[in-house]
Design a protein around this ligand. Structure first.
Ligand SMILES: Cc1cc2nc3c(=O)[nH]c(=O)nc-3n(C[C@H](O)[C@H](O)[C@H](O)COP(=O)(O)O)c2cc1C
Length: 369
């Protein structure tokens, strides 16, 4: 596998671990991935739930927890680290500011169109900043809109782009009816986005790496998607079943116990479809059960907490802490492929092996995408 170059930042292996919230990818998983030569990513969403008494001041808890996890990860690795920040959260600007103050290598910005760096971020933080900005999109059109907007408005562009297809875990940027549509599958999205980036590469004289996410599981998948022009992959699901993943063992075991048909779609209170492992909590919700929501902080811009059936942040944090009876695990379509808990190193060794073997034996390995 060729290293990934994002501007002046060189990443030994083109494998980025997807930011996973709530509290699934913290400093433990992120530092382990960075130590293997990939990019380890801390998920910022509702990260303050890991702080004692977070209910008292959720916003401050989010800030201190993100700062703590970045510092902890940096103390455990000299490798490349990122933070995943969702535009859909109400304290998005705080999270970005902390990430910049802590000099994170890469800020991945998703769940909305990343059209501008917020004006609340002081120039002093941006002037000598080496942080790379990488939006996450679900279509070539969204990528073009973002790059066009930046080019017109700021005469600059983001440093790379992640394109996530409909097989990913977590919230999905597609309508439920489009998830299976061949038009929206990852290989098409990558081909289209790579083509959309060409004029911007010419205008600015730089290479814009297109990073593929959603359904990448084996090294073969990496090889195949790179043939279409992707320069790296972003993998979430496969890194959940590792010793280093920050989730409770019950969360990881729900992957090990899952069958292909258990990977199911829910209508999340956020207003998007989300892919989860089917369990009793999900079945209860689907059958009309509602869990009253006390919401002292309103973490999501789009969540109408007076009307939702349950609090998604609470359900996700419960499962991250092992209380699967009161929550569920987000998971990609390939979660059922895991049969044991492994180390991050074992996963990297296997990805490299699978990637290299497929080069010589194109049909040897199963294709997850
Ligand atoms: C358990 C889990 C939690 C996730 N949480 C988030 C999140 O909070 N924010 C986000 O932008 N993406 C989230 N994702 C998406 C990942 O960052 C990544 O893009 C995705 O997992 C890639 O697809 P894959 O799971 O098929 O590898 C999550 C994915 C999983 C599996």
């Amino acid at each position: 596998m060729k290293p990934l170059q994002i501007g002046d930042l060189k990443i030994k292996l083109p494998v980025i671990q997807g930011g996973m919230g709530v509290a699934i990818s913290l400093s433990g998983l992120a530092s382990a991935v960075a130590n293997e030569g990939g990019v380890g990513v801390i998920s910022a969403v509702a990260i303050g739930m890991t702080e004692p008494n977070y209910e008292k001041n959720f916003r401050e808890a989010n800030k201190s927890a993100l700062r703590r996890e970045i510092r902890k990860a940096k103390s455990l690795t000299d490798g490349v680290l990122g933070v995943n920040i969702m535009l859909a959260v109400t304290d998005y600007e705080d999270m970005l500011r902390i990430a910049l103050e802590e000099k994170i290598d890469i800020a991945f910005i998703g769940a909305g169109l990343f059209l501008r760096i917020p004006s609340s971020i002081p120039d002093s933080l941006l002037e000598n900043s080496k942080t790379k900005f990488v939006p996450k999109v679900s279509s070539a059109k969204a990528a073009r809109l973002i790059f066009q907007y930046w080019a017109n408005k700021y005469n600059s562009i983001p440093d790379a782009v992640v394109v996530e297809g409909p097989q990913a875990g977590g919230h999905l940027g597609f309508k439920k009816n489009d998830l299976e549509n061949p038009k929206y599958q990852l290989p098409n999205l990558i081909t289209e986005t790579v083509a959309e980036m060409v004029p911007f590469e010419q205008q600015f004289g730089i290479e814009i790496p297109v990073i593929a996410a959603g359904g990448i599981y084996y090294g073969d998948d990496i090889h195949r998607i790179m043939q279409l022009g992707a320069k790296a992959v972003k993998i979430g699901t496969r890194f959940v079943t590792t010793h280093e993943c920050d989730a409770a063992i019950e969360f990881k075991e729900s992957y090990l116990a899952s069958k292909k048909e258990d990977l199911t779609i829910i209508d999340s209170p956020v207003g998007l479809p989300g892919r989860v492992v089917l369990n009793d909590f999900v079945k209860r919700i689907q059958n009309g059960y509602t869990k009253p929501v006390k919401c002292p902080w309103k973490c999501l811009k789009t969540c109408n907490f007076r009307e939702v059936k349950y609090c998604i942040a609470e359900a996700l944090f419960n499962s991250a802490r092992g209380n699967m009876a009161e929550g569920f695990a987000f998971a990609g379509t390939n979660a059922y492929l895991a049969s044991k808990i492994e180390s991050v190193k074992e996963i990297f060794d296997n990805l490299i092996l699978e990637y290299n073997s497929v080069k010589n034996h194109p049909v040897k390995y199963k294709m997850a995408i």
